[in-house]
Ligand binder design. Structure first.
Ligand code: DQA
Length: 155
């Protein structure tokens, strides 16, 4: 059979997950997180995803359960997840378990270098089950994460 199967010709779709307090980017501790807003990060991500031919969905929530629901609802919809779980990175077994359950390849990103900061930020529940982690490049962490995930899934 020489036909192209629908699976091989359909577009990749990624979900970007922003955790708590990231809605305040731009005003929140600019010395640590920079002055870029979440809206402009999302705009840059959509542009980059378009250049790869990838569909992008974006969610931000301050609520752990909403993030767990978004991860569960990704099954069958998204082939990759880029997550900045923010403070939940360091506390949430529920978010890690949701990612393990759906088994969707995930890249963890952080604006700041979490290893240069307080000890409690050095541990990530997500890192051991992620494809990889990008930390410390400001807004660019997200764009590098998107590119890394795209290459991971296509090469
Ligand atoms: C963060 C780092 C976390 O430790 C912190 O709780 C955040 C943002 C980052 O992007 O640098 O809210 O994930």
């Amino acid at each position: 059979m020489s036909g192209v199967y629908p699976e091989s010709s359909s577009k990749l779709s990624f979900l970007i997950i922003h955790g708590p307090n990231l809605n305040l980017l731009g005003v929140r501790e600019p010395g640590i997180y920079g002055s870029v807003t979440l809206e402009s990060i999302n705009r840059l991500l959509v542009e980059k995803a378009e250049s790869f031919g990838v569909d992008l969905s974006v969610i931000q929530s301050n609520h752990e359960g909403v993030l767990v629901d978004a991860i569960q609802n990704s099954l069958g919809k998204h082939q990759g997840i880029i997550i900045n779980a923010a403070a939940y990175t360091h506390t949430s077994v529920a978010i890690r378990d949701a990612l393990s359950a759906v088994k969707i390849p995930t890249v963890e990103v952080h604006l700041s270098n979490i290893y240069q900061r307080e000890i409690f930020r050095h541990h990530s529940y997500i890192a051991p089950i992620a494809v990889g982690q990008i930390s410390g490049f400001g807004a660019n962490s997200y764009l590098l994460g998107l590119e890394a995930l795209y290459q991971h899934l296509t090469q």
